[in-house]
Write a protein of this length. Structure first.
Length: 208
């Protein structure tokens, strides 16, 4: 075989290997997005997933459990209220399209920040509202957003939403993921009967 052809094939092989490596090792390429992570607890994770999925720039949401001590908890464990975990949603987002500050606004407008260990019809520590920050910037922005709400004097009660460091996040069982899409009728019945939309309108006004 011609020596120039051999060298050419060798170079092509190197380029192909590099392309495969860039696609599989998680290293961002020239056209890839650098995603960031946010974690929120706002009561029923089905409802929080729906709200956050609607945000342009959110790449994915995962329902799960965090903030407690038990490793690999099940839904039954968390529902019993003895794990310390809260029903939560882990969000992967593109900061080029949506800022963490904007996600905080979406979070606040989808919870009742005045009820400790409860969200709407769901009671217990597992239904507390919380912001789990992943770095000092998220912590600062979360605290600033909470202070702004306090300063606004919008609510009669105290704002009790926690702002705490993120800990290990355990994805919930598969049937909980995107529940609002998989089981729309059951989901809408739950959401209506829980009074979530009605209470949010009282707190924040009608959505435009």
């Amino acid at each position: 075989m011609d020596k120039r052809i051999t060298i050419g094939l060798f170079l092509v092989a190197i380029l192909l290997a590099g392309a495969v490596s860039a696609a599989t090792d998680g290293t961002p390429g020239a056209d890839s997005r650098r995603l960031e992570k946010a974690t929120f607890a706002g009561g029923c994770f089905w409802c929080m997933e729906e709200a956050l999925d609607k945000v342009d720039g959110v790449v994915s949401t995962t329902s799960g459990y965090t903030g407690g001590m038990r490793k690999n908890p099940t839904y039954e464990d968390v529902s019993a209220g003895e794990t310390g975990h809260a029903e939560s949603v882990e969000v992967l987002f593109d900061p080029a399209k949506v800022s963490y500050a904007m996600l905080l606004q979406v979070f606040w407008h989808n919870i009742d920040p005045t009820t400790p260990d409860r969200q709407f019809c769901d009671y217990g520590l597992q239904y507390r509202s919380a912001i789990f920050y992943h770095d000092e910037t998220q912590k600062r922005l979360a605290e600033e957003s909470k202070k702004a709400l306090v300063k606004s004097k919008r609510f009669q009660g105290l704002i009790v939403t926690e702002i705490v460091p993120a800990s290990e996040f355990y994805p919930a069982e598969e049937y909980h993921q995107n529940f609002y899409e998989k089981n729309p009728i059951r989901y809408r019945l739950y959401k209506f009967n829980c009074g979530r939309a009605q209470r949010l309108e009282q707190l924040w006004g009608k959505k435009e």
